[in-house]
Ligand binder design. Structure first.
Ligand SMILES: Cc1cc2nc3c(=O)[nH]c(=O)nc-3n(C[C@H](O)[C@H](O)[C@H](O)COP(=O)(O)OP(=O)(O)OC[C@H]3O[C@@H](n4cnc5c(N)ncnc54)[C@H](O)[C@@H]3O)c2cc1C
Length: 352
């Protein structure tokens, strides 16, 4: 068997592994990707909504002011390089259910730090014609929908054609540690980076970290009599998606036993849809995956405390589309130029 040397082995080709590899390769490093086609990654099921303001209290997402410009610039750049379209700037309309919601929103509108994230005038567009009337609405600005699954599929095809993607399950028991790197079968690498999503909880070198995992189910539907161009949130999201379908989601389950779609999940989403839609719909697909959530809701970046050739990139939680570009670049800079990791994301925060 011929030995193959590479700078990095990257385990996992979701949005974390894909973007980290992109930045490392841009710095001239070579990467070998290992990804299991038998597993459903979170990236494949996500809508990729970028939404700077969340929750009933309309709170600004962590570091969103710096994350969003980085994400937009990278995604637009990748659209050009790959010749595909996957980054869609779409307005997000949210239902306000009562006077309390309206008061919370209006209080935020008066805060200068929030001003750029709300539109003064709400444009409902086609939403008005295919949903039941609600108490009131607001429109969030600087929102987008990023088809991160489509992006990763495109990068995977490229890596497969280049011979740098191995589609198989990575077996942790087969990894050998050397003084200057790692050996995995015929592959020798200076470093290995684990971007395994929620399955990192099974990684023997990093399972000391407080990983979570949150299962989400979604429906892909057709709306034969409507053409929505905006994203709409009325308890659940209804989002214009690829192939003339709408993404509807999602459920949230911290106590999951597997990552398969369930009858309960489907019923829940179907019932929410019938509550809000005033137009016929047809369910085309039902999917599920586990979000890589973590204890303190901050990404996990860094090296193993004893083996610096073992690296982790994880914890993108519910916001991979907005977090991945910034933190993939941050980790790539750390690995290639030795820049310090931000203390809020460095996994050394868990070492006592
Ligand atoms: C229902 C749902 C809706 C979501 N909606 C949004 C949204 O609107 N906006 C947003 O920003 N985020 C959303 N997310 C979250 C988003 O999907 C994640 O933050 C992001 O995709 C995580 O990317 P990742 O690369 O870390 O993990 P993943 O995408 O899970 O990728 C991990 C990869 O590692 C591979 N892998 C793991 N173990 C092994 C092994 N031993 N061998 C080989 N391969 C392995 C897996 O096969 C997988 O391909 C949603 C998630 C879900 C489930």
């Amino acid at each position: 068997m011929q030995e193959t040397a590479t700078d990095y082995i990257i385990v996992g080709h979701g949005i974390a592994g894909s973007l980290l590899g992109y930045f490392l390769e841009r710095e001239g490093a070579s990467c070998l990707y290992i990804d299991s086609p038998q597993q459903i990654g979170s990236t494949q099921v996500a809508a990729g909504i970028i939404n700077p303001i969340t929750g009933r209290r309309f709170v600004k997402s962590w570091r969103v002011d710096s994350l969003l410009p980085t994400a937009q610039e990278l995604y637009r750049q990748l659209e050009k390089e790959l010749g595909i379209s996957f980054y869609h700037q779409r307005a997000l309309i949210r239902t306000l259910f009562n006077r309390g919601d309206e008061n919370n929103w209006q209080a935020r509108m008066l805060d200068d730090a929030y001003a750029q994230y709300f539109q003064a005038e709400v444009q409902l567009g086609q939403i008005e014609h295919c949903t039941k009337p609600a108490f009131s609405y607001l429109e969030v600005a600087h929102t987008a929908q990023v088809s991160i699954g489509k992006l990763c599929d495109s990068l995977k095809r490229m890596h497969k054609a280049e011979g740098t993607l191995i589609e198989t399950a990575f077996d942790h028991d087969q990894l050998e540690m050397g003084p200057e790197g790692v050996q995995y079968g015929q592959y020798q690498a200076n470093r290995i980076v684990f971007c395994e999503g929620w399955r990192s909880r099974f990684n023997p070198w990093f399972n000391h970290l407080p990983f979570g995992g949150n299962k989400g189910e979604v429906l892909l539907i057709r709306l034969p009599e409507a053409k929505l161009e905006r994203m709409f949130k009325h308890r659940i999201f209804i989002v214009p998606f690829e192939d003339d379908l709408y993404w509807v989601g999602s459920t949230s389950d911290n106590n999951f036993t597997d990552d398969s779609p369930t009858a309960n999940g489907r019923t829940y989403l179907y019932d929410r849809l019938t509550e809000v839609l005033d137009t016929p719909f047809e369910v085309v697909k039902h999917r599920a995956a586990v979000r890589p959530t973590v204890k303190d809701r901050r990404p996990y970046l860094g090296t193993h405390p004893l083996h610096s050739q073992l690296v982790l990139f994880n914890g993108l939680g519910t916001k991979g589309a907005s977090l991945a570009p910034f933190w993939a670049k941050h980790l790539s800079d750390h690995l290639t130029h030795g820049t310090a990791l931000d203390a809020e994301v460095d996994i050394s925060r868990f070492v006592e």
